[in-house]
Design a protein around this ligand. Structure first.
Ligand SMILES: NC(=O)c1ccc[n+]([C@@H]2O[C@H](COP(=O)([O-])OP(=O)(O)OC[C@H]3O[C@@H](n4cnc5c(N)ncnc54)[C@H](OP(=O)(O)O)[C@@H]3O)[C@@H](O)[C@H]2O)c1
Length: 289
């Protein structure tokens, strides 16, 4: 298992992995305008999914097209990430034939994503979640191998998995000889900010993307210690959480719909926290239980 390293690097050079990802979930008819605004504000990493229930991927493509036309950004300057979602995570608006075998569903979903996003490749393709919340199943193995074929065909440069436990990753490592480049997980402060999975990833050079950093951790945002750190640093509690996450090796994601919050979130990259402060935040609510 220890030989399981991330050898998923592509032969062609991927766009550099950005230091913040703008998430496009739950934006519906505002998806295009918010994607464009995020790019104008300075985000260069965009996360979406071919899951119409929670994402409007074609709207992301519309926002990208406007930004390209306006000269805000070029495709090659962007990191575009999308996901394959099993039928049980979807509503009736499926991007594939549900009767087709899973490997074909992956190909169909990818083709649809590329069309939505107006590109012939994405930078990262993520399995939205394993088929079982407990085990890495044969279905997941088939999907992962199909995703590897998409990568080999050049339709994605890198691969990842989302909503995974340590157990999923350990099982995956036993079955496949290739590690994901990314793990994308919800990050609960009370669970040590997903410490077990983060450590597993760090050891194998897997980039850990964290979502719900604010919404899953209201008790941190409202904690007097965070208010103190924020006021000393002339920052907001949200900026402290993002700066902390980066300091512990989490690539943060934000789904803000607010222009000022977009600016603040990006500005958190300039906020340096001392190692002591970082350690205190890491254990802030985990040690209080
Ligand atoms: N893989 C998965 O299963 C999965 C699941 C969930 C999310 N995601 C991805 O992760 C992205 C982000 O999701 P998320 O759950 O982290 O975020 P989110 O649910 O979109 O929410 C971010 C929340 O934080 C607030 N916020 C952001 N910046 C702020 C700031 N500087 N000050 C105060 N409030 C601020 C936002 O409010 P305002 O809008 O008012 O700023 C919003 O309420 C999604 O869009 C999606 O791409 C993936």
């Amino acid at each position: 298992m220890e030989s399981w390293q991330n050898n998923a690097m592509p032969t062609t050079q991927p766009s550099p992995i950005p230091d913040f990802l703008y998430g496009t979930a739950w934006k519906e008819e505002n998806t295009a305008i918010l994607t464009e605004l995020a790019l104008r504000t300075g985000f260069r990493g965009i996360d979406t999914a071919n899951q119409r229930r929670h994402y409007f991927e074609a709207g992301v493509g519309q926002g990208l097209a406007v930004a390209y036309r306006a000269g805000v950004v070029r495709r090659e300057d962007l990191f575009l990430q999308t996901k394959f979602t099993y039928q049980r995570g979807q509503d009736h608006r499926l991007p594939y034939d549900p009767a087709a075998r899973l490997s074909l569903q992956v190909t169909q979903s990818m083709s649809s994503s590329l069309e939505h996003l107006g590109t012939d490749y994405v930078d990262s393709y993520i399995l939205h979640g394993p088929s079982s919340s407990f085990d890495w199943t044969d279905a997941d193995a088939e999907v992962w191998e199909a995703m590897r074929s998409e990568r080999d065909a050049g339709r994605t440069l890198l691969l990842g998995v989302s909503n995974v436990s340590l157990r999923h990753l350990e099982q995956m490592a036993r079955i496949h000889n290739e590690a994901p480049a990314f793990v994308q997980n919800r990050c609960f402060a009370r669970l040590g900010w997903d410490r077990e999975v983060r450590i597993f990833c760090q050891k194998r050079k897997i980039v850990y993307q964290g979502f719900s950093l604010l919404t899953a951790n209201i008790e941190v945002l409202r904690h007097p210690a965070i208010a103190g750190i924020a006021s000393q640093a002339h920052a907001t509690p949200a900026q402290v959480v993002f700066a902390f996450s980066r300091a512990v090796g989490i690539l943060p994601m934000t789904g803000t719909s607010d222009a000022e919050h977009m600016r603040q979130d990006l500005a958190s990259r300039d906020l340096a926290l001392s190692p002591d402060v970082v350690r205190s935040i890491e254990y802030l609510v985990a040690t209080e239980r």
